[in-house]
Design a protein around this ligand. Structure first.
Ligand code: SF4
Length: 353
């Protein structure tokens, strides 16, 4: 099922233009907005050519390695009111709110280390208190690893002083998805300033974080042109990591009745991102698996090179309703299996120090 705007450009074939697979060998191809749009729309043999080119580009930079992260969801409390998210502020009263204790967090860190993963990925709703809760624990994370480790954060917008504190505590990297580069749609979907979001991204880059951003593919009212602009924005701010995630119409949200995002379009977004910048870390996200069984394997086939294993304690995991109660929770053995099926190998952080 497609939302109308994206379906027009995608599956229906209406408005599709001719593409020439030979142009995929041009490293400058995706500096051209029209080319991005043309290739976002491809299906069939043309799409297979796009994916093959993306896999070759990935192999040139990363060989067969797929970077594996270990995720800890710290709290489901959030001050933002995104239309697409069940953890939105308006749901705070009827959601069961949790916040992990420092002891619980350090137990999870130990599990991540035991699994041979050296990226400790802290994620939470956007609330001020995560700055101290996570920041104060970062030196302890380094102490628990006696080898290089990456501390990756996804804690929402913060002040410059908070980002600076987290950097000084040892945070390596920060993911702050812009969700959509269409300013009007962004503010309608997030009820928050798009300009502030981009300012935070630029600040993170200037402070020396390895920075990730990303877009939701298939938001109601989104155009294919704005998906091209999403990729250009990631390039313009100097991001190191970029994601494309299909829109999930989650329960208990104003968008619950909307059609979900198109997996094929999301895969094209991933492949074009890989060709725009072969060095980008690009995840094959759990939302792909949620939309379509085998979705994360397809993400790897489209050029993605990152997978995230969820280590949040199961009781709290059930309360982290990012896509609703039936989200797909990625386990370590699932990651091992799809990496094997893709003919690739698990690998560690490329940013760890
Ligand atoms: S998507 Fe993130 S910022 Fe938006 S409501 Fe959900 S947790 Fe909060």
């Amino acid at each position: 099922m497609f939302n109308d705007t994206v379906a027009f450009a995608g599956q229906s074939g209406i408005g599709r233009q001719q593409v020439d697979a030979a142009e995929l060998s041009d490293p400058d191809l995706f500096w051209d907005r029209d080319a991005i749009i043309r290739w976002l729309r491809v299906r069939g043999a043309e799409q297979e050519s796009l994916f093959a080119a993306a896999r070759s580009a990935r192999e040139r930079v990363y060989g067969r390695g797929v970077v594996v992260r270990g995720l800890i969801e710290v709290t489901n409390l959030c001050r933002v009111n995104c239309e697409f998210c069940p953890m939105r502020r308006d749901n705070t009263k009827h959601n069961t709110i949790f916040q992990l204790t420092p002891e619980q967090i350090l137990e999870v860190v130990a599990e991540i280390k035991s699994a041979g993963i050296n990226i400790v990925f802290f994620q939470a709703g956007e609330v001020g208190k995560t700055t101290r809760l996570v920041g104060d624990l970062i030196p302890e994370v380094y102490a628990r690893f006696d080898s290089p480790v990456e501390v990756l954060l996804c804690l929402g917008n913060k002040t410059d002083a908070e980002f600076d504190f987290l950097k000084k505590q040892g945070a390596t990297s920060y993911i702050l998805k812009h969700e959509t580069s269409d300013p009007e749609l962004n503010e309608r979907m997030r009820h928050s300033s798009f300009e502030d979001r981009v300012r935070c991204l630029r600040t993170l880059v200037q402070m020396g974080f390895k920075v990730g951003t990303g877009a939701i593919v298939g938001l109601p009212g989104q155009s294919v042109e704005s998906l091209a602009a999403d990729l250009e924005l990631a390039r313009d701010i100097g991001a190191h990591m970029v994601s494309g995630s299909p829109f999930i119409p989650a329960p208990d949200t104003p968008l619950a009745g909307s059609p979900g995002g198109d997996v094929e379009l999301t895969l094209n977004f991933i492949a074009i991102a890989r060709l725009m910048n072969p060095a980008w870390l690009i995840p094959s996200v759990s939302a792909l698996e949620r939309r379509q069984g085998g979705g994360q394997l397809n993400g790897l086939a489209a050029g993605a090179n990152v997978l995230t294993v969820n280590f949040t304690p199961p009781v709290e995991q059930e309360k982290y309703l990012i896509y609703g109660k039936d989200r797909y929770v990625v386990r370590n053995d699932h990651v091992t299996e799809i990496v094997r099926q893709a003919g690739l190998e698990r690998t560690q952080s490329v940013f760890a120090a």
